[in-house]
Design a protein around this ligand. Structure first.
Ligand SMILES: [Zn+2]
Length: 174
C-alpha cells in the first residue's frame, strides 16, 4: 500500500474491469472547492478506493472505499483554527447518463461519466465536501464557558422567573 500522491486522471471503466485498488494521499491544494471551507491546505486525507465490477444482477462498474484524515476549519466560537476529522465513504456506480443512472440500485450513488478519463481528485473532493460539518468547534474551546453563561442568562429571560410566578399566584389567591 503506497502513500504517494493519488494519480491525477484515471479511466474508471478500465480500472474497474481490472479490479484495481488505488490508495494514496489526496493533495488538498488540488481541491479548491473543498478548500473554500477550510483554512489553507494543511491536513492529510488518505484515500483508499477500489474499482471493480459488481456482477450481481446487472453489471455495474463501481468505486467503493473511503477517504479519511483531518483538515482545519475555523472554530465558530473563537475563530481560531480547529482540527476536524473527515471521513467519507464511497459507494459509486459508474453510469454513462442520467437516464442510465435511474436503473442504478439505491445502494449506489450514481457517478455520471463520459468517455474521457476522470479527475480522481474531483470525485474525492465532492464526497469530502459532503462529509464536512457545517460548523466546526473546538471540543474544549476556551470561549465555550462564557458563551455557556450567556446562554443560561438568555434562557432565564425567555422563561418566566419561578419566583415571580409564585409571587403572582400568591397575589391572585388574596
Ligand atoms: Zn474555539
Amino acid at each position: 500500500m503506497s502513500n504517494g500522491p493519488l494519480p491525477n486522471k484515471v479511466d474508471p471503466r478500465k480500472l474497474a474491469e481490472r479490479d484495481v485498488r488505488i490508495t494514496g494521499e489526496a493533495d488538498l491544494s488540488g481541491m479548491p472547492n473543498l478548500c473554500q471551507s477550510l483554512i489553507g491546505t494543511d491536513g492529510v486525507v488518505n484515500v483508499d478506493l477500489h474499482f471493480s465490477v459488481n456482477t450481481e444482477g446487472q453489471r455495474i462498474r463501481t468505486i467503493t472505499g473511503s477517504a479519511s484524515g483531518h483538515v482545519y476549519m475555523t472554530c465558530q466560537r473563537c475563530l481560531d483554527p480547529v482540527e476536524v476529522a473527515v471521513e467519507a465513504d464511497f459507494n459509486l456506480g459508474l453510469m454513462a447518463s442520467e437516464e442510465a443512472a435511474k436503473q442504478l440500485p439505491r445502494t449506489y450513488d450514481p457517478l455520471i461519466i463520459g468517455d474521457e478519463e476522470i479527475e480522481l481528485l474531483s470525485v474525492v473532493e465532492e464526497e469530502l465536501i459532503l462529509s464536512l460539518p457545517h460548523d466546526a468547534y473546538h471540543d474544549d474551546c476556551s470561549i465555550k464557558t462564557s458563551y455557556g453563561d450567556a446562554g443560561t442568562v438568555a434562557e432565564d429571560n425567555d422563561k418566566p422567573n419561578p419566583f415571580s410566578v409564585l409571587a403572582q399566584l400568591k397575589a391572585s389567591n388574596k
